[in-house]
Ligand binder design. Structure first.
Ligand code: SF4
Length: 437
């Protein structure tokens, strides 16, 4: 049998089972042939650049466990590479399947290469940011060729997926200008490429030269993450003409990528009222033919800076229940500053809770077992087992230690009134006095 292939999708379409498919099928407790079929159809992506040899592969698709991504990287105001690496290591330990390096300052290539040579998580980047740093010149002087060269550089550096803001072409930009929004374009990459198009009068280079971008992605097996430049930045802009217009373009671009066996994920909102999320997920799945959906939230209200890990987790849980398969974490620092180590931790925990809640609702194999085990430990007042099963054992242990109960088997919430303890005892035929115990 011919065992040569370009991308995971190309292999799947030839009937080849790759070692990455084997690994993903084992993690997901899924028949590998079923997984292969989903990869062949584009419903599951396995981002796995051939040069990222230390990768522990994961699959992204709505029938698999919901995955989370953690954004990190340097900025002009935050240049500490070691701190960013510490965050990467923490994120991986805490179970983030993917890290996006959004560095926009300093020696970005050094950091990127370090990630793809040492980090087992999926690595994603946004080449648009890097181009601005790399070329060290005014935005409008960057040429189409130079934008594309950066994509190739990231592919050669072993990046598994790249966000490319290809959907904001001249047509989408025109519709955007005709249909005023409250918060315009809030996507960093989207705003850069829109400004470049306005200043140069040229078509989006990623759109104009899309076939070349696809050839690069095919050569290295980079998964295309089709960026949503027009993702709503506030509830008032959710589901508007710009967002839907861009989504339709992304649907067309998905088909073209699949024709070259390039894997695709689609990026999504953004800020969105809770009651619009389900419909939005369904539209995306129809327009983009079931390609995995990667959501940045959605944040279900605009009024909670400092708590946007919660607004995003609410939206993320609903989005993943109705079709999204990849959640980009949001930290309490969102809209305020670059997250510190603690913000990163809180953002990851919130996203993992959202992902897990959705996995239970979707009936993902094994998801509810975790909760069953926790409830069993709770019923048995087995505190060590409860800590072992906690999503954040460190915090749980600290809380309990900070308020020592009089009776070791209960907690300081109810003490002698502990319903769990009293029910266990009465059902065992014991006397329950409560007041003098
Ligand atoms: S004391 Fe109250 S909160 Fe604590 S374990 Fe017992 S029932 Fe639960």
């Amino acid at each position: 049998m011919n065992m040569t292939y370009t991308t995971q999708m190309n292999a799947a379409r030839q009937g080849i089972i790759t070692k990455e498919m084997e690994a993903v099928a084992a993690k997901e407790q899924m028949d590998v042939q079923k997984l292969r079929q989903l990869v062949a159809e584009g419903k599951v992506a396995i981002p796995a650049n051939k040069l990222h040899t230390c990768l522990e592969a994961n699959g992204i698709g709505s029938m698999l466990k919901t995955k989370i991504n953690v954004n990190l990287g340097t900025s002009r105001d935050w240049k500490d590479l070691d701190m960013e690496l510490e965050k990467v290591n923490d994120a991986v330990k805490m179970g983030a399947e993917s890290i996006m390096d959004l560095s926009s300052f300093g020696d970005t290539q050094k950091f990127r290469r370090k990630l793809t040579s040492e980090c087992p998580a999926i690595i994603g980047t946004v080449p648009i940011y890097d181009a601005v740093v790399y070329y060290h010149k005014p935005l409008k002087e960057i040429t189409s060729e130079e934008w594309i060269n950066i994509v190739e550089m990231h592919a050669k550096d072993g990046v598994d997926f790249m966000t490319i803001h290809v959907g904001i072409n001249k047509n989408t930009a025109k519709r955007f200008k005709e249909n005023k929004r409250l918060t315009n374009i809030v996507s960093r990459g989207g705003s850069i490429i829109f400004a470049w198009m306005e200043m140069t009068g040229q078509e989006n280079p990623f759109y104009e030269h899309y076939d070349r971008i696809l050839d690069i992605c095919q050569q290295y097996d980079v998964t295309m993450s089709l960026g949503d430049a027009c993702r709503p930045g506030c509830l008032a802009d959710a589901g508007d003409i710009s967002q839907i217009e861009e989504l339709v373009t992304l649907g067309e671009l998905t088909k073209r990528a699949w024709e070259k066996d390039v894997q695709v994920i689609i990026e999504g909102p953004g800020h969105m009222p809770l009651n619009q999320i389900e419909a939005n997920m369904k539209i995306q799945q129809t327009v983009c033919q079931g390609a995995p959906f990667y959501v940045l939230g959605p944040l279900v209200t605009d009024i909670a800076p400092g708590y946007d890990h919660i607004t995003a987790a609410i939206g993320g849980a609903i989005a993943a229940t109705y079709g999204a398969s990849f959640l980009c974490y949001v930290t309490p620092a969102e809209h305020l500053r670059l997250p510190d180590v603690n913000d990163v931790k809180e953002g990851i925990i919130a996203s993992k809770i959202a992902a897990h809640a959705a996995d239970i609702a979707k009936g993902i194999k094994g998801a509810a077992d975790w909760d069953y085990e926790m409830s069993t430990a709770r019923k048995n007042l087995d505190w060590e087992e409860m800590f072992r099963l906690c999503i954040d054992p460190e915090k749980a242990k600290r809380y309990r230690a900070e308020a020592k109960p009089e009776k070791e088997d209960t907690c300081s919430m109810c003490g002698n009134f502990c319903a769990v303890k009293n029910m266990n005892r009465i059902l065992d035929g014991e006397i329950v006095n409560i007041y003098d115990e």
